[in-house]
Design a binder for this molecule. Structure first.
Ligand code: LFR
Length: 433
């Protein structure tokens, strides 16, 4: 039997899922799961990449103990974050995207390249944490001068397994520096911002076989987790989707990037897919709920939280995408401020969060339909958030669409799909070791 291992790491947890073909279908088994999160160090939010690598290896060990016939593996993670090498192997501290270090440099980037120009070139939505801004903070602080190489998070983890440094297309499109026309890094952008060209070589496509770790082939999947999620949705026709996790990514597949002024105004992104474009938008997602839970009732199971939200009569809606929710010291206070007064019960906070999310899905879908000129009947929801039947009902009511909530690990499925389709290709010499 040929089995394949998907390692899917999100900002708050990671999982190892083994998949194989059986009886004409795809069977999967989760073999390992671990928590993830940024921690504070020297006044910054950082990722502990060595700890992540240990977890990646622990999970591979668990997979091998469960199955002796694993043919290949791949890793996907959240987008935008990267490691900088200093010298051959040493890393500079690895910052997490919720760190505030880009605040002061965004205006400087836009002075050199106005956002409209960037959007026209890349189609990448404005997010204060896009790699393009993080790198400018590195430039200003002198870190970029010290950098000998750059890899995005999943590329780094794969490199540590198989010794091959590759740059993968779907995740590169989250940097805000990939040309919507050519699908490669935009040299004019690099030049205008003074980023060394040597850090941004040619991109590899999902499906490239890189090398080997303990007898298992290491493959590039669509290494941006959302790209893998979209690839993993068993969809009939082409309908909008929400990949619902820490973020809710709402979008639709389009043949090509759409970089017109209406898309820019709606702040829709164009991110790389496997043979298509993802026209999509970041919505704050379960981050709101998870942060409220941490603060209000860390020990309460989610089932009870949802029940309390259902029982509440709170009718307040807030703008779920307001920057105040991005990294507040207290999520509870952020809700109080947005509501204009203190909410009364725990249930009120969660109801407000869920209803506000559903309302932001409605608004984003309206923009999507207007900009694509297409009316859709259905909305697919995948990821952890798809299990929340209360939120699914609110979403159906708010959007008027038929919600098809699939409680599947779509990201892992997409990751596995690319491996299964490409494992028989010969290994490519994909870069420096
Ligand atoms: C989802 C995701 C989003 C990206 C955000 C930050 O996990 O990858 O697509 O905008 O994380 O990287």
């Amino acid at each position: 039997m040929n089995r394949y291992l998907a390692i899917d790491i999100g900002a708050s947890s990671g999982r190892h899922i083994v998949g194989w073909r059986e009886d004409g279908g795809l069977r999967t088994k989760e073999v390992y799961r671990f928590p993830n999160g940024a921690r504070e160090e020297g006044g910054h939010l950082v990722w502990d990449v060595e700890a992540l690598l240990r977890e990646v290896k622990n999970g591979i060990g668990a997979a091998k103990r469960t199955f002796s016939d694993i043919r290949s593996l791949s890793i996907d993670t959240w987008g935008v974050d990267y490691v900088l090498f200093q010298g051959d192997r040493e890393l500079l501290p690895v910052y997490a995207y919720r760190d505030s270090r880009t605040e002061d440099v965004i205006a400087q980037v836009h002075e050199k390249l106005p956002f409209s120009e960037l959007y026209r070139r890349t189609g990448c939505q404005f997010q204060p944490f896009n790699t393009i801004y993080q790198l400018y903070a590195d430039k200003v602080s002198g870190r970029l001068d010290k950098a000998t190489d750059l890899l995005m998070m999943p590329e780094y983890l794969l490199y540590r397994l198989c010794g091959v440094r590759a740059r993968e297309y779907t995740n590169a499109t989250t940097t805000g520096m990939v040309s919507a026309q050519t699908g490669e890094f935009d040299e004019e952008i690099l030049k205008a911002l003074g980023y060394p060209k040597s850090l941004f070589p040619k991109l590899s496509r999902p499906g490239t076989v890189l090398g080997e770790y303990e007898g298992i082939q290491c493959v590039l999947c669509a290494t941006h987790d959302t790209a893998s999620a979209v690839e993993g949705i068993p969809m009939e026709g082409n309908e909008p989707y929400i990949s619902s996790g820490t973020w809710s990514l709402l979008g639709v597949k389009t043949p090509k990037p759409m970089t017109d002024p209406a898309s820019e105004k709606a702040n829709y992104s164009n991110e790389g897919g496997v043979g298509y474009n993802r026209y999509q938008k970041n919505i704050m997602g379960m981050w709101l709920v998870n942060e409220l839970q941490k603060e209000l009732c860390p020990d309460r199971p989610f089932g009870e939280i949802v029940k309390a939200a259902e029982a509440s009569a709170c009718q307040i809606l807030v703008d779920a995408n307001a920057p105040e929710f991005f990294a507040p010291a207290s999520m509870k206070s952020a809700f109080d401020r947005a509501a204009g007064h203190r909410l009364k019960t725990e249930g009120d906070y969660f109801r407000c969060a869920y209803r506000s999310l559903a309302d932001s899905y409605r608004a984003a879908l309206e923009e999507l339909e207007r900009n694509t000129g297409t009316t859709y009947g259905r909305l697919y929801i995948v990821g952890g958030g798809a299990k929340n039947t209360f939120l699914n009902r609110l979403t159906e009511e708010a959007t008027g669409k038929q919600v098809i909530a699939l409680p599947i690990e779509a990201t892992a499925l997409g990751n596995l799909k690319l491996q299964m389709e490409n494992i028989y290709k010969t290994a490519l010499p994909a870069g420096r070791g």
